[in-house]
Design a protein around this ligand. Structure first.
Ligand code: UTP
Length: 299
């Protein structure tokens, strides 16, 4: 076993153009999923997997993100004065989750570039990357399994999910080789956002990674790829092909519930699915949904 991984990097500096105008003055990671911003679910997931140090890579409108994880004394005092301990507890929850750090990306030159900005903070340790707009349901295990595989194999690990062929163009796609262990595969190649015909498989890379620090050296020499951006997928492809020294790249296949909150339709589905499971909202929402669906059917 290698040393315990403690650091999580959360890139949250994207432009969020698919969600304009909501994201004009607010990062998409701050969009509420029921009553919590998406980013808080992601930080909670990192903490649940044992990561205690979180570095957020921020862009324009970074204040909302930083403020959310900081104390809000005026609000806290007002709630305390009213004796509203339930809401006060909710306000305080995000302030003591993890040891939070922030770094600016400057220009949003791509996910690979955002990850490279973490080099100074991460140093030479393996670390996790969690995309701030990708939610993994807390009832389904993923990150802790990836951390175990990283320690066991001394390799970089990505999360994979099987998607319908018509959706693979939205993701990085991996060519894979079985390892003999269920749901763990060796990655032999990767391509960012391929067409359905050219995709090497239907296994899409989703927003969880546990990376060896070698990735920084590779990113430094990775040229802009798809969309003119420095792509993390391109760096991982290099690491997957050049096994010598880097330990290669393995994939943990995830079969649980995932919500892409950067996509409008998926965002709406996420809010509904998570709200239906909530004891305070679920029963009322569910009976309304049933009636609503019946009215849609009869239209
Ligand atoms: P996306 O591919 O979803 O891009 O980024 P985007 O710019 O955020 O959103 P759209 O497509 O314009 O709507 C995937 C993840 O990488 C981060 C984003 O914040 C998101 O978590 N990212 C992307 C950065 O941090 N910096 C970048 O330069 C690009």
């Amino acid at each position: 076993m290698t040393e315990r991984i403690t650091k999580a990097v959360i890139p949250a500096a994207g432009m969020g153009t698919r969600f304009l105008p909501a994201t004009k003055a607010m990062p998409k990671e701050m969009l509420p999923v029921v009553d919590k911003p998406a980013i808080q679910y992601v930080v909670e997931e990192a903490v649940a997997a044992g990561l205690t140090d979180v570095l957020m890579v921020t862009g324009r409108n970074k204040n909302a993100l930083e403020n959310h994880f900081d104390r809000a004394t005026e609000l806290e005092d007002a709630l305390a004065k009213k004796g509203d301990t339930v809401r006060l507890k909710k306000v305080l929850e995000s302030t003591s989750l993890a040891d939070m750090h922030y770094v600016r990306q400057g220009d949003p030159l791509g996910l690979g570039h955002a990850v490279l900005r973490a080099n100074m903070h991460v140093g030479m340790e393996p670390f996790a990357v969690l995309l701030g707009d990708d939610l993994i349901d807390e009832r389904d295990e993923l990150l802790s399994r990836m951390l175990i595989e990283q320690g066991r194999r001394d390799a970089s690990i990505v999360a994979l999910m099987e998607v319908p062929p018509e959706q693979i163009h939205l993701y990085g796609a991996a060519s894979i080789e079985q390892t003999g262990e269920p749901d763990v595969v060796r990655i032999t190649g990767m391509v960012e956002k391929p067409s359905a015909d050219s995709a090497p498989s239907n296994y899409a890379v989703i927003g969880r990674y546990v990376l060896k620090p070698d990735v920084f050296d590779v990113l430094r020499v990775t040229s802009p790829g798809k969309g003119g951006e420095i792509q993390l997928t391109d760096a991982l492809k290099t690491m997957a092909e050049d096994v010598a020294g880097t330990g290669g790249v393995y994939g943990v296949i995830f079969r649980g519930r995932r919500y892409d909150t950067g996509d409008k339709l998926d965002y709406i589905k996420a809010v509904i699915q998570l709200a239906v499971d909530r004891p305070d909202l679920g029963p009322d929402l569910q009976s309304w949904l049933v009636g609503f669906a019946a009215r849609l059917e009869s239209r």
